[in-house]
Ligand binder design. Structure first.
Ligand code: UD2
Ligand code: MN
Length: 404
């Protein structure tokens, strides 16, 4: 016969086991289902802002514009503005990224009424703690730029940053040079304002989590750590492509980025190596937070795979001090203050310099045109390391689904 006391004991044991199971399910990623059951027993949330993370406010439906409208109603005396809180109360969690058809720049502008000419923003109700410049190398990617602006502006506003978006547009049709454009962006942005952090940002990468704050760390930060194109994993330890964040001091310590990588590939590994050569470490956000969706695309015309990249990478140790920010030569063509960004158009010349005609291209080896993705090389993050082929042999982006 079971006594009343032991009945209670069994009941408590049963409830305890249920709690443990729920906790495990929640840890394994079943938060949605578990919180659905929890919500059945809880009073309805009257704020409409309940999040999946207790310490932050979630974004209803993952909509990047969800809670921004509260800002527009704020009126504060500009002379007596309080410092913004350390963690913005507007920050949510995961963002649901999709690419609405028919989106126009005018629509993006309409949805961001507090963004000033030149893509400039300051929080209307508090003094920002951080001043961040976003530097985007660009040519012929207007379609991607529109989607990036659509997501980036509200994302940065929710983080209560003082920011400006710079598009560094390579003039002409000569081979693209991503890293040199970053050097131009650094100098032109710093000439304009005393930024305390610079984000170097591919035009086709959309952040997928609000908690990925666009502020600098005490060491150079590689931000795009988990991308859909690499299965939301870091492809290899020394990887430094996509999005990175450096203070002006970090940038100068590593002599900026290289100027001599023309075409696709290698420059990101050179930059990663420069961090170590400049005596610094790479920091990263967690894989949960540093998530990005890349708008799928083909390899661009005028950005063929750079066949010299392995030879160049083998020499970075010898070249980094004589090729970089200290030798970046360019000709500024125009600076335009567009409604959603500052457009800097620049002539960066060719391998032969700013004004001399380009040298004839040597014929490329057939396999260089479509290098196969190899197993990523394991190189410890903090140790200056020899770069091997595997590091820079990420397959250049080919046409796939999700193409917009
Ligand atoms: C990878 C890296 C990228 C860079 C590149 C090699 C990711 C997510 N990114 O990108 O950081 O290291 O390999 O060079 O792995 N661009 C233009 N117009 C052009 C060509 C390039 O605007 O005609 C800009 C644009 O901002 C683009 C970036 O350069 O996002 C990188 O070029 P990509 O997107 O063609 O190269 P991808 O995706 O393989
Ligand atoms: Mn890309």
């Amino acid at each position: 016969m079971i006594s009343i006391q032991s009945k209670w004991r069994y009941l408590f044991m049963f409830l305890g086991i249920q709690l443990v199971v729920m906790a495990l399910l929640s840890r394994e990623g079943y938060q949605k289902r578990v919180s659905y059951f929890i919500r059945i027993f809880r009073k309805p949330d009257t704020t409409g802002l309940s999040g999946r993370n207790q310490t932050t406010v979630g974004i209803p439906g993952g909509d990047v514009y969800a809670n921004l409208s509260t800002l527009f109603k704020t009126h504060v005396n500009e002379d007596h503005m309080p410092l913004c809180p350390k963690t913005s109360p507007l920050i949510g969690g995961p963002i649901h990224v999709k690419f609405p058809s028919g989106l126009t720049l005018a629509e993006v502008q309409r949805k961001n009424p507090l963004v000033m000419r030149g893509g400039r923003y300051r929080p209307p109700d508090c003094e920002a703690r951080h001043r961040t410049a976003i530097i985007i190398p660009h040519r012929n990617r207007e379609h991607h730029l529109k989607f990036l602006l659509y997501y980036l502006h509200p994302f940065l506003q929710r983080q209560q940053l003082n920011y400006r978006i710079y598009i560094i547009h390579q003039a002409g049709t000569y081979t693209f040079n991503r890293a040199k454009l970053m050097n131009v962006g650094f100098r032109e942005a710093m000439r304009e304002e005393d930024w305390d952090c610079l984000f170097f940002h591919d035009v086709d990468l959309i952040p997928e989590d609000d908690r990925n704050t666009y502020v600098c760390d005490s060491t150079p930060k590689h931000v795009a750590i988990a991308m859909d194109k690499f299965g939301y994993k870091l492809p290899y330890n020394m990887y430094f492509g996509g999005v990175s964040a450096l203070t002006p001091l970090h940038y100068l310590k590593m002599n900026g980025f290289p100027n001599n990588y023309w075409g696709w590939g290698g420059e990101d590994d050179d930059i990663g190596l420069r961090v170590s050569l400049g005596g610094m470490y790479i920091s990263r956000p967690s894989v949960k937070v540093g998530r990005y969706k890349m708008i799928k695309h083909k390899l661009d015309k005028g950005n063929d795979v750079n066949p010299k990249r392995f030879n160049m990478l083998a020499k970075t140790r010898q070249t980094w001090k004589s090729d970089g920010m200290n030798t970046a030569e360019y000709e500024l063509i125009s600076r335009e203050y567009m409604p959603l960004y500052t457009n800097i158009t620049v002539n960066i010349g060719t391998e032969a310099g700013l004004h001399s005609p380009p040298p004839p291209h040597p014929p490329e080896k057939a396999e260089e045109k479509h290098p196969e993705k190899k197993a990523p090389a394991e190189v410890p993050v903090n140790v200056p390391a020899k770069i091997t082929e595997g590091d820079t042999n990420k397959k250049p982006t080919q046409n796939t689904s999700n193409h917009v």
